[in-house]
Design a binder for this molecule. Structure first.
Ligand code: SAH
Length: 244
């Protein structure tokens, strides 16, 4: 079985490190690791090292670093998901899945029918979920969660090179499927941005805003998906298409 992973940032090249209290509790109380156990530490910025547990107390665990094992497990073509966040626990489901699928950045979208504008405390909880999911799936770089943005802000920032694919999902009026929108473009496209609307959907004015900014409207099949499932479907599609 793979050695358990812990987040520690910044990660020195050699020596002993003391895990933060949350990580120490995970190691000692949850996994019940003891002195000598092999572990992996990562810093969320791409750095990874193997190590051995040197001391264990309830709230304090030290690890002796043994070797640097930096490994890039990111998507070669970065993906940003722009999402009108769902409520409550569904935010965690969204974040957990997006991290596992390799999404580079999540931008919460502020829109007319959006319900959940993330508070600072909620964003902090989501940041913690990013760390938890990265521990589990082996990602060494943390998915970035941007401050919430309006469609105007997102599309303004997308005066980007032609090599970035920009799609928004809307169940009505789009004849284009995600596979059609990505088929011919695979070779030239180096990055993508994909937007998902709130439970109430994008308003007509918002749909026009996306189209005027050059974003392509796509549909995701005959069923209406919940926000997080729509976002995960788009991310999974991209992760499968992405160059290895
Ligand atoms: N009740 C809303 C549906 C909202 S579903 C409406 O009638 O418009 C939440 C979001 O998920 C949508 O705004 C859209 O971005 C995405 N979505 C869900 N199912 C979809 C589908 N079949 N095709 C395209 N987008 C979809």
């Amino acid at each position: 079985m793979a050695a358990p992973r812990f987040f520690h940032s910044p990660l020195p090249l050699v020596g002993d490190v003391t895990l933060c209290e949350a990580e120490a509790r995970h190691a000692s109380n949850v996994l019940r690791l003891s002195v000598g156990a092999q572990v992996v530490l990562f810093d969320g910025l791409g750095g990874e090292a193997s190590g051995t547990i040197a001391t264990v107390h309830k709230r304090s665990v030290t690890v002796q670093l043994t070797a640097r094992t930096d490994s890039d497990r990111e998507l070669v073509q970065p993906l940003e998901l722009v999402v009108a966040l769902p409520k409550g626990d569904r935010q965690k489901t969204l974040v957990d899945g997006l991290v596992q699928l390799g999404v580079t950045r999540l931008t919460p979208l502020v829109c007319q029918r959006g319900v959940a504008q993330p508070s600072a405390a909620a964003l902090e909880r989501l940041e913690r979920s990013v760390v938890e999911s990265s521990k589990q799936c082996g990602r060494n770089r943390l998915m970035c969660i941007s401050p919430p943005q309006t469609i105007a802000q997102v599309t303004q920032a997308s005066a980007e090179p032609l090599s970035t694919l920009s799609l928004f999902a809307h169940p009505y009026g789009a004849a284009t499927s995600i596979s059609e929108a990505t088929t011919d473009l695979r070779s030239q496209i180096t990055a993508a941005r994909m937007a998902v609307g709130p439970e109430g959907g994008f308003s007509d004015a918002e749909t026009s805003q996306w189209l005027e900014a050059g974003w392509q409207c796509i549909e995701l099949g005959r069923r209406i998906l919940r926000i997080e499932i729509a976002a995960l479907q788009m991310a999974a599609w991209w992760a499968c298409l992405a160059k290895k």
